[in-house]
Design a protein. Structure first.
Lengths: 149, 329, 501
């Protein structure tokens, strides 16, 4: 049983190797050309091979050299923050900035464990008012303030 | 089972008719009331680029004429197609206007394997903005003073000759020029026109097919020389510059023109209003000076003529793309 | 020459110091700073947004205001880099590395002040450069052809590796991944699309702003939220803590000098001049420092050097535009457009036909720098106070501003999806011990490098010797080899020492 000596290195190696393989796979239809007349696939292929090679080296190092462990992943913060961003993106054109700002604030707040709902809604409302005033009315940015445009 | 009282059923018919009439009137009235909200100029180029500055200028000038706030919204991507699609799908009430090179949108119909819209069908030209030619350029230190001289010299040089392009129009122009004259020059591509300047100066490229903004600013600075324009007629802004046809190379005709485009279903009164505003701005001396400094002429036209030109260009570009050997993506 | 210079500057100051123009400079700086501070809105969108205001003004006033907006936006970008780890533009990425660490340690005030002072010094030197050495420097820049740019990019990428304070091989991996990401989009030379998966939004490539905000700003927020206690910057109203200490000053002044020199020279070159300058300065400071391990943990030289380099490069990047009419980057192209609208054809003619305009602009650059100092030093107190707002209230605001910033510059949901995707990507890589900065440098320089490489080979008809035949390219490649040796030899010595133990 091979012991993983450096989990971080193994993880990094895996990611790099994956990227290298993806680069080679998705670029397989690009013409390679010659060194003198490089095609669109020349650089991408070379890079992908190099990245794959580095991935393998780092992964091997992960099995041979001691290294720090990977910090435990917490799903809540990243999930809620990403959700907040995506909610904004989907709804901004539909319901406008005022509501979307509020929604983003609420979603982002729930990335923490102990959340006071009233405080969050107040914050959201405040931010919504501020951003609509500054970005839409003051700066004339192409963000709809409300729905229906 | 409750059947509505008879008198209600009697009223239903006339009520419906009245309602329909009111609706029709209000829609018509809304078209009469145009504009009823802020107007949005879509820009298919990133903030700060040359074309973006043009759109912002027009927005600034149309604002007092329309008596409404005009906001510029950048929706960048896919050579202007993302903004084109957005405009085509927007409400056809004249509040979303796409100010972009109509010639580029026409070209996109053939540059993309699956264009998201059918340009001539989904978009309507409300007004022209400007007309710009592309130019045949050489370095100021180059010995060629006319297009004929350049052509003769390039024929001699064979495949040791090189030319610059930084734009699909330039690429097409270059290919057509080669096909008509039989030159074998090698194409050197640049991401932006300015990248090519040093190569012009050091003689690494012999000539180039470049956009007018670049051409004008560096000709005025004494670094480059313009030999001919790619349009069918001479430009008002540059009357001394011959067209390629006049200079001995017929069959190369490329016009870049910016226009204000709206979704296809936009009511005629709204389109006419937009047309009036734009033409009013374009007729001013300030606009003329602005557009001339960017290497173009103001393009005052009617929606019908604009749409006809649009359809013509969509057809022309099919041939252009094939002639230049461009593979649709 | 000396007397001429003095007289010219005097003419310039005379024109620029009118009450009206001072007012415009102030408004420009203020507006630029306030908008530049907003994450996601960098100098270019800021200038584009405020450009219409300048349409009605006379040429000198409008240029003065635009220059003020430009510097303000840049400085605003540095402020966000330090305070919230979100770079306002490419060149501020390096400032994030140590600047934000300093902010976390309660030394935000010192970081901001050093950035402001260093930038001011660099701005003064840059102005003198323009005035005294403008034309000859521009002439050198004109000599650069595609092979030279390629070699410059290679040198720049190699320095990115030194930048990393973790594992070298992982840094190399990150640079290469950045290079690959930079290639997404349409290939200039063939017109074919690469790695776009048929998605129209990727046609023009991955946008810089969502990538950077995702990998730097959003990841930072997520990491802060994972800690058992939310970060709370120590707030102290004592002026002593808002200002750099004696030790800070001692450590920084040399970095400022070196950064200014690097920035003044690299800023003239078209392309990523300011970015290269900032990265190169950071690398240099790390290499000459007595204790390089401090870098990445709040070393003040890591802020002083790059910020000075950045500002010096911003100043000298005006040189090609003012002396030759050649814009060296996208911002200069915008300035050029603004000048053309005003009826000025930038170029050598401006110096002779409208000296009041040319020297007025040069003088106003210095004034703009001074104004930024005047505006920003008091603002430091406000920013630091802002940082002490409880984090649970602060981070939704930061997130909201980021998202608005990204959406304003390109109203496409794809941009936000990209930002979220890169946040996840950056988070995963950080968990595995890989830093984002080398990736971003690879992302910026990669496409330029490939473009110049292929173009050089097309022009030379396939002859690779062109990279060694051209003197500039040869020198740069030699420098690259030297830098690689610098990286590799200490490792060799270390392994040899270990072997002999």
């Amino acid at each position: 049983m091979v012991r993983v000596k450096s989990p971080q290195d193994l993880g990094a190696g895996a990611v790099f190797a994956l990227i290298g393989v993806a680069g080679l796979y998705f670029g397989r239809e690009l013409a390679f050309g010659t060194a003198a007349r490089m095609g669109p696939g020349y650089f991408p292929t070379l890079l992908s091979i190099l990245i794959l090679a580095i991935g393998i080296i780092v992964a091997i190092r992960g099995l041979t050299t001691e290294g720090p462990p990977i910090e435990p992943v917490q799903l809540r913060p990243i999930a809620m923050i990403i959700a907040a961003i995506l909610i904004f993106g989907v709804l901004i054109g539909v319901v406008g900035l005022a509501l979307t700002a509020l929604l983003l604030t609420v979603f982002a707040a729930y990335a923490r464990r102990e959340v006071k709902l009233t405080e969050t809604i107040l914050l959201g409302a405040g931010l919504a008012a501020f951003t609509v005033a500054v970005f839409v009315y003051l700066l004339g940015q192409p963000l709809p303030a409300w729905w229906g445009r | 089972m409750n059947i509505a009282p008879k008198w209600l059923l009697h009223c239903a018919g006339p009520a419906a008719a009245l309602a329909a009439a009111v609706c029709a009137m209000t829609t018509d009235a809304r078209a009469q009331d145009y504009p009823t909200q802020d107007i949005r100029f879509m820009c298919g180029f990133p903030a700060g680029s040359g074309a973006d500055v043009l759109v912002r200028y027009m927005a600034e000038k149309v604002r007092p004429v329309a008596n409404r706030t005009v906001i510029v919204e950048n929706k960048v991507g896919a050579a202007g197609n993302i903004a084109a699609e957005h405009t085509a799908r927007a409400k056809p009430d004249g509040h979303t206007v796409y100010v972009h090179a109509a010639s580029a949108i026409a070209a996109n119909m053939h540059l993309f394997k699956k264009p998201p819209i059918d340009a001539a069908k989904d978009l309507q030209i409300a007004a022209g903005v400007n007309k710009q030619p592309f130019m045949v350029m050489v370095a100021a230190g180059s010995p060629y003073k006319t297009l004929a001289e350049l052509t003769a010299a390039m024929k001699q040089k064979g495949d040791k000759a090189s030319y610059a392009q930084s734009n699909t129009s330039g690429k097409v122009m270059g290919e057509l020029y080669k096909q008509v004259t039989g030159i074998k020059a090698v194409e050197v591509a640049y991401r932006t026109a300015n990248d090519s300047l040093n190569d012009f100066a050091s003689g690494v490229v012999d000539y180039g097919m470049m956009d007018p903004v670049f051409a004008l600013s560096h000709t005025r600075a004494g670094r480059l020389r313009m030999l001919a324009v790619s349009t069918a007629e001479r430009m008002q802004a540059l009357p001394e510059l011959p067209t390629m046809a006049e200079a001995g190379v017929p069959g190369v005709e490329l016009l870049t023109w910016f226009a204000a485009m709206v979704p296809a279903g936009t009511p005629k009164p709204v389109v006419e209003t937009l047309n009036k505003w734009f033409n009013q701005v374009l007729a001013t001396d300030d606009a003329k000076k602005f557009l001339n400094s960017f290497g173009g002429d103001p393009f005052i036209t009617t929606p019908e003529d604009g749409q006809a030109l649009f359809r013509k260009h969509v057809k022309d570009w099919e041939g252009h793309v094939r002639a230049a050997g461009i593979e649709p993506q | 020459m000396g007397f001429d210079l003095f007289q010219n500057l005097a003419t310039g100051f005379g024109a620029a110091v009118s009450l009206k123009n001072l007012g415009f400079a102030l408004i420009g700086c203020l507006l630029g700073t306030l908008i530049g501070v907003l994450p996601g809105i960098g100098p270019i969108p800021t200038i584009a947004m405020l450009l219409p205001i300048t349409f009605g003004l006379d040429p000198l006033s409008s240029l003065i205001m635009l220059a003020g907006i430009y510097y303000g936006a840049q400085y605003g970008g540095s402020t966000t880099s330090i305070l919230v780890n979100i770079p306002g533009e490419a060149a501020s990425i390096v400032t994030c590395i140590d600047g934000h660490q300093m902010a976390k340690q309660g030394r935000a005030g010192a970081a901001l002040a050093v950035a402001a002072l260093g930038s001011f010094f660099a701005g003064c030197v840059g102005t003198v450069f323009i005035a005294a050495f403008g034309p000859p420097l521009a002439a050198i820049a004109q000599e650069f052809n595609s092979p030279d740019y390629f070699s410059l990019m290679v040198l720049g990428l190699v320095t990115a590796v030194i930048l990393a304070h973790g594992s070298v091989i992982k840094a190399i991996g990150m640079v290469l991944v950045g290079l690959l990401l930079g290639l997404v989009g349409t290939d200039v030379n063939s017109g074919l699309t690469r790695y776009t998966f048929g998605i129209s939004e990727l046609w023009d490539g991955i946008d810089f702003v969502p990538l950077v905000i995702g990998m730097f700003g959003i990841v930072e927020i997520i990491r802060n939220l994972e800690r058992s206690t939310l970060p709370r910057a120590q707030f102290s109203a004592r002026l002593k803590d808002l200002w750099p200490s004696r030790k800070d000053f001692d450590a920084s002044w040399r970095a400022v000098l070196r950064g200014t020199a690097l920035g003044s020279l690299l800023g003239i070159l078209p392309g990523g001049g300011a970015v290269l300058a900032a990265f190169a300065s950071y690398t240099l400071e790390k290499k000459v420092a007595k204790d390089p391990s401090r870098f990445g943990n709040g070393a003040i030289e890591g802020v002083a050097g790059p910020e000075s380099a950045n500002n010096a490069a911003s100043q000298t990047s005006f040189i090609p535009l003012l002396t030759l009419g050649l814009p060296s980057n996208a911002i200069m192209a915008l300035m050029m457009g603004a000048m053309i609208i005003q009826g000025i054809q930038p170029g050598s003619a401006v110096m002779t036909k409208r000296p009041d305009l040319f020297w007025g602009m040069v003088a106003s650059m210095w004034i703009g720098n001074l104004m930024l100092l005047v505006i920003n030093l008091p603002l430091i107190g406000i920013w630091v106070r802002l940082l002490s707002v409880p984090y649970r209230l602060l981070y939704p605001a930061i997130l909201l501003f980021c998202v608005i910033g990204i959406y304003s510059t390109n109203t496409n949901i794809a941009q936000l999806v990209l930002c979220a995707a890169f946040a996840v990507f950056g988070y995963v890589l950080l968990r595995f011990g890989c830093e984002p900065a080398p990736l971003v440098l690879g992302f910026i320089l990669g496409p330029l490098m490939e473009e110049n490489l292929r173009r050089s080979l097309v022009i030379s008809r396939g002859d690779p010797m062109v990279f060694i035949e051209r003197p500039i390219s040869a020198i740069l490649l030699a420098a690259t080899v030297a830098v690689i040796a610098l990286i590799v030899l200490p490792q060799f010595r270390k392994t040899r020492e270990e072997a002999f133990q």
